[in-house]
Design a protein. Sequence first.
Length: 297
Amino acid sequence: MAAKRNRWLVVSVLVVAIGAFLALSLLPLFSGRSPRPGIASTSSTTQTNGALTELEDRARGYELVLEREPDNQTAILGLVEARIQLGDLEGVVEPLEKLSTLNPEVPEYRVLLGQTKQALGDSDGAAEAYREVLTNRPGEMTALQGLVQLLLAQERPQAAIWLLQDTLQTAVQANDLNAGTIDVVSVRLLLGEVYVQQERFEDAVDIYDEAIAQAAEDFRPLLAKALVLRDLEQANEAGSLFAQAEALAPDQYKDQIRQMASSGTAATELDASPAPEVAPASDAAGDESTDGSETAE
């Protein structure tokens, strides 16, 4: 049991580490600059070079271990961590592929592999990674969100909508067999965001209303609808919804919601993340697919 707990702790830390790395490093990567720390002075240059040398030595040490023991997961994890800190996205792919193969029951590795390939411009590889996760776990929100974002980047919004509607249909049976398998409210929120991006505001409001009716104690659909109504210049109704969302939200989100309401700040990852302190719903509306658009291959 202790080993299993430790493994999941490592996975959780790795998820945070790679997520932060991707968020902070994509812009310099895409613009052709290294994501390594900047050089502000001779002193900082010396310190930075020393830190980089240490990381490179550490990475090489893990590589030597893996030459002898290719399935040593401690060394694989260490190599991933070192390459993340070195800003080596391409170098993260191979060890993540190995980890996901050795641990098919841990979807986080394959989701992170998809995110990394997507950041590197490998759309086909990213789609394959996300779809492998969703085949076994259709309610894995990070994989679903990654695939939706990929489809939107490919200018295939109808395929993204179809994917989410199909997931809602799947949720009916999946949640009957095992309650909470698919977080229906989160899927609806993601579908609403796709509608907003396509300027289908009435459809977005409708899907948010369904989520509000299903999960009256969840602040997220209230917040999402408030943001849409504010953009549609329905200030009074939006203000009421902002107030309701703030009242229901956990304390760590209240300031952010208040800032959104007062300054016009757009929604962040709150809109599709599972709500803290709110149990996943067990049923879904029988939304019908709009067409047979296929997801990214």
